[in-house]
Design a protein. Structure first.
Lengths: 312, 88
Protein backbone atom coordinates (compact mmCIF):
# COMPACT_ATOMS: atom_id res chain seq x y z
CA UNK A 1 0.00 0.00 0.00
CA UNK A 2 2.82 2.36 1.02
CA UNK A 3 4.78 1.32 -2.07
CA UNK A 4 1.81 2.11 -4.30
CA UNK A 5 1.36 5.53 -2.81
CA UNK A 6 5.06 6.37 -3.19
CA UNK A 7 4.93 5.31 -6.85
CA UNK A 8 1.89 7.56 -7.38
CA UNK A 9 3.66 10.39 -5.54
CA UNK A 10 6.70 9.87 -7.76
CA UNK A 11 4.55 10.10 -10.91
CA UNK A 12 2.83 13.23 -9.62
CA UNK A 13 6.10 14.98 -8.81
CA UNK A 14 9.32 13.01 -9.42
CA UNK A 15 11.36 16.15 -8.72
CA UNK A 16 10.48 16.10 -5.04
CA UNK A 17 12.96 13.20 -4.90
CA UNK A 18 15.28 13.72 -7.85
CA UNK A 19 16.85 16.83 -9.38
CA UNK A 20 20.21 18.37 -10.19
CA UNK A 21 23.07 16.25 -11.48
CA UNK A 22 21.30 12.91 -10.91
CA UNK A 23 18.25 13.97 -12.92
CA UNK A 24 20.52 15.41 -15.61
CA UNK A 25 22.52 12.17 -15.89
CA UNK A 26 19.41 9.96 -16.11
CA UNK A 27 17.70 12.45 -18.45
CA UNK A 28 20.62 12.56 -20.88
CA UNK A 29 21.03 8.76 -20.91
CA UNK A 30 17.31 8.38 -21.61
CA UNK A 31 17.48 11.09 -24.28
CA UNK A 32 20.22 9.11 -26.06
CA UNK A 33 18.18 5.89 -25.69
CA UNK A 34 15.10 7.70 -27.06
CA UNK A 35 16.98 9.04 -30.08
CA UNK A 36 18.59 5.65 -30.72
CA UNK A 37 15.24 3.82 -30.57
CA UNK A 38 13.65 6.61 -32.62
CA UNK A 39 16.29 6.32 -35.34
CA UNK A 40 15.57 2.58 -35.70
CA UNK A 41 11.79 2.91 -35.40
CA UNK A 42 11.54 6.05 -37.53
CA UNK A 43 10.25 8.40 -34.84
CA UNK A 44 11.82 11.86 -34.48
CA UNK A 45 11.45 14.23 -31.55
CA UNK A 46 12.25 17.41 -33.42
CA UNK A 47 10.71 19.98 -31.11
CA UNK A 48 10.02 20.61 -27.44
CA UNK A 49 6.83 18.53 -27.60
CA UNK A 50 6.97 17.24 -31.19
CA UNK A 51 6.72 13.64 -32.33
CA UNK A 52 7.01 12.90 -36.04
CA UNK A 53 7.14 9.58 -37.82
CA UNK A 54 9.98 9.57 -40.32
CA UNK A 55 13.25 7.70 -40.64
CA UNK A 56 16.43 9.59 -39.84
CA UNK A 57 20.04 8.95 -38.78
CA UNK A 58 20.82 8.76 -35.05
CA UNK A 59 23.00 11.90 -35.22
CA UNK A 60 20.08 13.89 -36.61
CA UNK A 61 17.68 12.47 -33.98
CA UNK A 62 19.90 13.23 -30.99
CA UNK A 63 20.79 16.70 -32.34
CA UNK A 64 17.19 17.88 -32.79
CA UNK A 65 16.20 16.47 -29.40
CA UNK A 66 19.15 18.03 -27.55
CA UNK A 67 18.71 21.37 -29.35
CA UNK A 68 15.02 21.44 -28.34
CA UNK A 69 15.92 20.63 -24.72
CA UNK A 70 18.64 23.32 -24.55
CA UNK A 71 16.24 25.88 -26.01
CA UNK A 72 13.60 24.96 -23.41
CA UNK A 73 16.14 25.23 -20.57
CA UNK A 74 17.37 28.63 -21.73
CA UNK A 75 13.90 30.11 -22.29
CA UNK A 76 12.73 28.73 -18.90
CA UNK A 77 15.79 30.26 -17.21
CA UNK A 78 15.10 33.65 -18.83
CA UNK A 79 11.38 33.43 -17.91
CA UNK A 80 12.16 32.57 -14.27
CA UNK A 81 14.59 35.49 -14.03
CA UNK A 82 12.04 37.78 -15.69
CA UNK A 83 9.35 37.01 -13.10
CA UNK A 84 11.93 37.47 -10.33
CA UNK A 85 12.17 33.93 -9.04
CA UNK A 86 14.54 33.61 -6.09
CA UNK A 87 17.94 32.05 -6.48
CA UNK A 88 17.93 28.72 -8.28
CA UNK A 89 20.50 26.44 -9.85
CA UNK A 90 20.70 26.02 -13.62
CA UNK A 91 21.65 22.35 -13.11
CA UNK A 92 18.28 21.73 -11.38
CA UNK A 93 16.37 23.33 -14.25
CA UNK A 94 18.42 21.51 -16.91
CA UNK A 95 18.34 18.19 -15.07
CA UNK A 96 14.65 18.13 -14.26
CA UNK A 97 13.67 19.27 -17.76
CA UNK A 98 15.85 16.50 -19.25
CA UNK A 99 14.22 13.97 -16.90
CA UNK A 100 10.78 15.25 -17.94
CA UNK A 101 11.46 13.98 -21.47
CA UNK A 102 11.61 10.32 -20.34
CA UNK A 103 8.01 9.60 -21.53
CA UNK A 104 9.27 10.27 -25.09
CA UNK A 105 11.30 7.05 -24.81
CA UNK A 106 8.09 5.01 -24.75
CA UNK A 107 6.69 7.01 -27.69
CA UNK A 108 9.73 6.03 -29.76
CA UNK A 109 8.34 2.46 -29.86
CA UNK A 110 5.20 3.58 -31.73
CA UNK A 111 7.30 3.48 -34.90
CA UNK A 112 7.47 -0.32 -34.63
CA UNK A 113 3.65 -0.63 -34.86
CA UNK A 114 2.83 -1.44 -38.53
CA UNK A 115 -0.54 0.36 -38.43
CA UNK A 116 1.15 3.57 -37.21
CA UNK A 117 3.95 3.15 -39.75
CA UNK A 118 1.43 3.08 -42.57
CA UNK A 119 0.05 6.47 -41.45
CA UNK A 120 3.57 7.89 -41.72
CA UNK A 121 4.20 6.31 -45.11
CA UNK A 122 0.89 7.75 -46.32
CA UNK A 123 0.16 4.30 -47.72
CA UNK A 124 -3.22 4.04 -46.03
CA UNK A 125 -5.63 6.28 -44.21
CA UNK A 126 -6.87 4.14 -41.34
CA UNK A 127 -8.93 6.34 -39.03
CA UNK A 128 -8.76 3.89 -36.10
CA UNK A 129 -4.96 3.79 -36.37
CA UNK A 130 -4.80 7.60 -36.54
CA UNK A 131 -7.09 7.87 -33.49
CA UNK A 132 -5.08 5.31 -31.54
CA UNK A 133 -1.78 6.97 -32.45
CA UNK A 134 -3.18 10.35 -31.39
CA UNK A 135 -4.37 8.86 -28.09
CA UNK A 136 -1.04 7.18 -27.27
CA UNK A 137 0.85 10.33 -28.24
CA UNK A 138 -1.47 12.48 -26.13
CA UNK A 139 -0.96 10.32 -23.01
CA UNK A 140 2.84 10.35 -23.14
CA UNK A 141 3.19 13.96 -24.32
CA UNK A 142 0.67 14.92 -21.62
CA UNK A 143 2.78 13.23 -18.93
CA UNK A 144 5.95 14.84 -20.29
CA UNK A 145 4.30 18.29 -20.35
CA UNK A 146 3.08 17.85 -16.79
CA UNK A 147 6.56 16.82 -15.65
CA UNK A 148 8.03 19.81 -17.50
CA UNK A 149 5.74 22.07 -15.50
CA UNK A 150 6.69 20.33 -12.23
CA UNK A 151 10.37 20.62 -13.24
CA UNK A 152 9.96 24.35 -13.83
CA UNK A 153 8.00 24.86 -10.59
CA UNK A 154 10.31 22.83 -8.33
CA UNK A 155 13.54 24.20 -9.80
CA UNK A 156 12.52 27.85 -9.62
CA UNK A 157 10.00 27.70 -6.72
CA UNK A 158 7.45 29.44 -8.98
CA UNK A 159 4.46 27.52 -7.69
CA UNK A 160 1.64 30.08 -7.63
CA UNK A 161 -1.27 29.51 -10.08
CA UNK A 162 -0.22 32.64 -12.02
CA UNK A 163 3.11 30.96 -12.75
CA UNK A 164 1.32 28.31 -14.80
CA UNK A 165 0.72 31.10 -17.33
CA UNK A 166 4.44 31.94 -17.22
CA UNK A 167 5.23 28.29 -17.95
CA UNK A 168 2.71 28.06 -20.82
CA UNK A 169 4.13 31.20 -22.47
CA UNK A 170 7.65 29.81 -21.94
CA UNK A 171 6.64 26.57 -23.59
CA UNK A 172 5.14 28.31 -26.64
CA UNK A 173 8.24 30.48 -27.13
CA UNK A 174 10.56 27.48 -26.65
CA UNK A 175 8.55 25.35 -29.09
CA UNK A 176 8.59 28.07 -31.78
CA UNK A 177 12.32 28.74 -31.25
CA UNK A 178 13.27 25.05 -31.29
CA UNK A 179 11.17 24.49 -34.43
CA UNK A 180 12.89 27.41 -36.17
CA UNK A 181 16.41 26.31 -35.17
CA UNK A 182 15.78 22.69 -36.16
CA UNK A 183 14.25 23.67 -39.50
CA UNK A 184 16.67 26.39 -40.46
CA UNK A 185 19.94 25.34 -38.85
CA UNK A 186 19.98 21.61 -38.00
CA UNK A 187 18.26 20.41 -41.18
CA UNK A 188 20.49 22.73 -43.20
CA UNK A 189 23.64 21.41 -41.50
CA UNK A 190 22.81 17.69 -41.26
CA UNK A 191 20.43 17.37 -44.21
CA UNK A 192 16.68 17.02 -44.13
CA UNK A 193 15.80 13.32 -43.72
CA UNK A 194 12.19 14.06 -44.65
CA UNK A 195 13.23 15.17 -48.11
CA UNK A 196 15.91 13.02 -49.65
CA UNK A 197 16.20 14.83 -52.97
CA UNK A 198 17.72 12.61 -55.61
CA UNK A 199 19.49 15.11 -57.78
CA UNK A 200 22.63 13.04 -58.04
CA UNK A 201 23.31 9.39 -58.70
CA UNK A 202 21.34 7.06 -60.90
CA UNK A 203 17.63 6.61 -60.22
CA UNK A 204 16.30 3.10 -59.79
CA UNK A 205 14.02 1.67 -62.46
CA UNK A 206 11.05 2.12 -60.11
CA UNK A 207 11.98 5.76 -59.48
CA UNK A 208 12.32 6.44 -63.21
CA UNK A 209 8.82 5.01 -63.74
CA UNK A 210 7.40 7.05 -60.89
CA UNK A 211 8.99 10.26 -62.17
CA UNK A 212 7.45 9.66 -65.60
CA UNK A 213 4.04 9.07 -64.03
CA UNK A 214 4.38 12.21 -61.90
CA UNK A 215 5.12 14.24 -65.04
CA UNK A 216 2.10 12.69 -66.72
CA UNK A 217 -0.16 13.59 -63.79
CA UNK A 218 1.17 17.12 -63.28
CA UNK A 219 0.62 17.60 -67.01
CA UNK A 220 -3.10 16.90 -66.55
CA UNK A 221 -3.31 19.28 -63.59
CA UNK A 222 -1.40 21.97 -65.51
CA UNK A 223 -3.97 21.75 -68.30
CA UNK A 224 -6.78 21.84 -65.73
CA UNK A 225 -7.85 18.55 -67.24
CA UNK A 226 -8.95 16.47 -64.25
CA UNK A 227 -10.18 13.21 -65.73
CA UNK A 228 -10.15 9.43 -65.25
CA UNK A 229 -6.63 9.24 -66.70
CA UNK A 230 -5.39 10.50 -63.33
CA UNK A 231 -7.59 8.32 -61.15
CA UNK A 232 -6.81 5.25 -63.28
CA UNK A 233 -3.34 5.45 -61.73
CA UNK A 234 -4.80 5.27 -58.19
CA UNK A 235 -4.76 1.98 -56.29
CA UNK A 236 -8.17 0.59 -55.22
CA UNK A 237 -8.08 2.05 -51.72
CA UNK A 238 -7.16 5.48 -53.01
CA UNK A 239 -9.77 5.36 -55.77
CA UNK A 240 -12.48 4.52 -53.24
CA UNK A 241 -11.49 7.52 -51.14
CA UNK A 242 -10.91 10.02 -53.93
CA UNK A 243 -13.00 9.45 -57.07
CA UNK A 244 -12.46 11.77 -60.03
CA UNK A 245 -15.42 14.00 -59.07
CA UNK A 246 -14.00 14.65 -55.61
CA UNK A 247 -10.53 15.21 -57.03
CA UNK A 248 -11.89 17.79 -59.47
CA UNK A 249 -13.87 19.63 -56.80
CA UNK A 250 -10.83 19.65 -54.48
CA UNK A 251 -8.66 21.08 -57.24
CA UNK A 252 -11.27 23.73 -58.12
CA UNK A 253 -11.69 24.50 -54.41
CA UNK A 254 -7.96 25.20 -54.10
CA UNK A 255 -8.13 27.63 -57.03
CA UNK A 256 -11.16 29.36 -55.56
CA UNK A 257 -9.41 29.83 -52.23
CA UNK A 258 -5.85 30.56 -53.31
CA UNK A 259 -6.22 32.03 -56.81
CA UNK A 260 -5.72 30.57 -60.26
CA UNK A 261 -3.21 27.79 -60.69
CA UNK A 262 -0.02 29.23 -62.24
CA UNK A 263 1.88 26.03 -62.99
CA UNK A 264 4.33 23.51 -61.56
CA UNK A 265 7.96 24.29 -60.87
CA UNK A 266 10.57 22.03 -62.39
CA UNK A 267 11.72 20.81 -58.96
CA UNK A 268 10.28 17.31 -58.62
CA UNK A 269 12.09 15.34 -55.94
CA UNK A 270 11.89 11.59 -55.56
CA UNK A 271 12.63 9.47 -52.50
CA UNK A 272 12.20 5.80 -51.71
CA UNK A 273 10.82 4.76 -48.35
CA UNK A 274 10.72 0.99 -48.14
CA UNK A 275 8.47 -0.24 -50.93
CA UNK A 276 7.00 3.20 -51.46
CA UNK A 277 8.29 5.98 -53.70
CA UNK A 278 7.30 9.57 -52.94
CA UNK A 279 7.54 12.51 -55.31
CA UNK A 280 7.12 16.16 -54.40
CA UNK A 281 6.54 18.99 -56.84
CA UNK A 282 5.89 22.67 -56.11
CA UNK A 283 2.50 23.85 -57.39
CA UNK A 284 2.17 27.63 -57.68
CA UNK A 285 -1.16 29.34 -57.16
CA UNK A 286 -1.77 33.10 -57.37
CA UNK A 287 -1.57 33.63 -53.62
CA UNK A 288 0.40 30.66 -52.29
CA UNK A 289 2.67 27.79 -53.28
CA UNK A 290 1.83 24.22 -52.36
CA UNK A 291 3.75 20.95 -52.50
CA UNK A 292 1.96 18.20 -54.41
CA UNK A 293 3.06 14.97 -52.76
CA UNK A 294 2.35 11.72 -54.59
CA UNK A 295 3.04 8.35 -52.98
CA UNK A 296 3.39 5.33 -55.26
CA UNK A 297 3.06 1.73 -54.11
CA UNK A 298 5.15 -1.21 -55.28
CA UNK A 299 2.98 -1.51 -58.45
CA UNK A 300 3.63 2.16 -59.30
CA UNK A 301 0.03 3.00 -58.48
CA UNK A 302 -0.76 6.10 -56.46
CA UNK A 303 -1.52 5.23 -52.84
CA UNK A 304 -1.43 8.78 -51.48
CA UNK A 305 -2.04 12.30 -52.79
CA UNK A 306 -1.42 15.24 -50.50
CA UNK A 307 -1.32 18.97 -51.04
CA UNK A 308 0.50 20.85 -48.29
CA UNK A 309 1.61 24.48 -47.95
CA UNK A 310 5.21 25.07 -48.96
CA UNK A 311 6.87 26.47 -45.83
CA UNK A 312 10.53 26.54 -46.81
CA UNK B 1 3.62 19.39 25.72
CA UNK B 2 3.94 21.28 22.44
CA UNK B 3 3.48 25.02 22.72
CA UNK B 4 0.36 26.04 20.82
CA UNK B 5 1.12 28.98 18.51
CA UNK B 6 -2.25 29.53 16.86
CA UNK B 7 -5.72 30.04 18.33
CA UNK B 8 -7.68 26.76 18.15
CA UNK B 9 -10.85 28.79 17.60
CA UNK B 10 -9.99 31.40 14.95
CA UNK B 11 -6.51 30.29 13.88
CA UNK B 12 -4.85 33.64 14.60
CA UNK B 13 -1.43 33.91 16.21
CA UNK B 14 -1.49 33.51 20.02
CA UNK B 15 0.34 35.82 22.39
CA UNK B 16 1.86 35.07 25.81
CA UNK B 17 -0.18 36.34 28.74
CA UNK B 18 1.69 34.90 31.71
CA UNK B 19 4.95 33.15 32.61
CA UNK B 20 5.62 31.20 35.78
CA UNK B 21 8.86 30.35 37.62
CA UNK B 22 8.60 26.69 38.66
CA UNK B 23 11.16 27.25 41.44
CA UNK B 24 9.62 30.17 43.38
CA UNK B 25 6.18 30.35 41.71
CA UNK B 26 6.68 33.95 40.66
CA UNK B 27 4.23 34.78 37.91
CA UNK B 28 4.79 37.46 35.30
CA UNK B 29 1.73 38.65 33.43
CA UNK B 30 1.39 40.92 30.41
CA UNK B 31 0.87 40.57 26.68
CA UNK B 32 4.04 39.32 25.02
CA UNK B 33 4.74 38.43 21.40
CA UNK B 34 5.98 34.88 20.82
CA UNK B 35 9.61 34.75 19.68
CA UNK B 36 10.00 34.70 15.88
CA UNK B 37 10.89 31.00 15.68
CA UNK B 38 8.08 29.97 18.02
CA UNK B 39 5.59 31.59 15.66
CA UNK B 40 6.40 29.02 12.99
CA UNK B 41 4.54 25.73 12.67
CA UNK B 42 6.01 22.66 14.44
CA UNK B 43 7.01 21.21 11.03
CA UNK B 44 8.86 24.40 10.12
CA UNK B 45 10.55 24.51 13.53
CA UNK B 46 11.60 20.89 13.08
CA UNK B 47 13.05 21.79 9.66
CA UNK B 48 15.08 24.63 11.17
CA UNK B 49 16.45 22.37 13.93
CA UNK B 50 17.56 19.83 11.32
CA UNK B 51 19.00 22.61 9.17
CA UNK B 52 21.12 23.91 12.07
CA UNK B 53 22.18 20.39 13.07
CA UNK B 54 23.41 19.72 9.51
CA UNK B 55 25.52 22.90 9.70
CA UNK B 56 23.26 24.67 7.24
CA UNK B 57 24.03 22.25 4.43
CA UNK B 58 21.01 21.88 2.15
CA UNK B 59 22.70 18.94 0.45
CA UNK B 60 22.97 17.12 3.80
CA UNK B 61 19.34 17.99 4.53
CA UNK B 62 18.26 16.64 1.15
CA UNK B 63 20.05 13.36 1.89
CA UNK B 64 18.60 13.10 5.39
CA UNK B 65 15.04 13.87 4.27
CA UNK B 66 15.33 11.83 1.03
CA UNK B 67 14.23 14.86 -0.94
CA UNK B 68 15.77 16.64 -3.91
CA UNK B 69 17.97 19.70 -3.38
CA UNK B 70 15.52 22.24 -4.91
CA UNK B 71 12.63 20.79 -2.86
CA UNK B 72 14.60 21.34 0.38
CA UNK B 73 15.68 24.79 -0.76
CA UNK B 74 12.05 25.66 -1.57
CA UNK B 75 11.01 24.56 1.94
CA UNK B 76 13.68 26.85 3.38
CA UNK B 77 12.63 29.71 1.08
CA UNK B 78 9.02 29.31 2.22
CA UNK B 79 10.10 29.45 5.89
CA UNK B 80 12.16 32.59 5.19
CA UNK B 81 9.08 34.13 3.55
CA UNK B 82 6.91 33.28 6.58
CA UNK B 83 9.50 34.70 8.98
CA UNK B 84 9.74 37.91 6.96
CA UNK B 85 5.94 38.27 7.05
CA UNK B 86 5.88 37.53 10.79
CA UNK B 87 8.54 40.20 11.39
CA UNK B 88 6.29 42.78 9.80
Amino acid sequence: MKNNSSIIRFFINPFEKIAGGNALFIGLIMMAATSFTGSIAGVAFDGVVDVHLYFHPFLYGITVQVVSWIVLVLISWIAAKAVRAGQFRLVDLAGTLAFAEIPFFFLAFTGFVPAFRRIADLSSINLSAIFLFALVTLVFIGLSLYWMYRAFAVSTNLTKPVHIITFVITLFIAEASAFGINQLVVKEALGNPQKEIRTQGPLTEQEEKVLARTKEITGFFAENDINESITSLFNDEMLAQLPVKDLESTWNGLQKQFGRFQGFEDDTSVSTKGELVVTETTAKFERISFVLQLTFDENTNISGLHVKPKLF
Amino acid sequence: MILPCNCPSCGKQLKVKSLVCESCSTEVTGLYELPLLARLSPADQDFIIKFVKSSGSLKEMAKELSLSYPTVRNLLNNIILKMTENEK
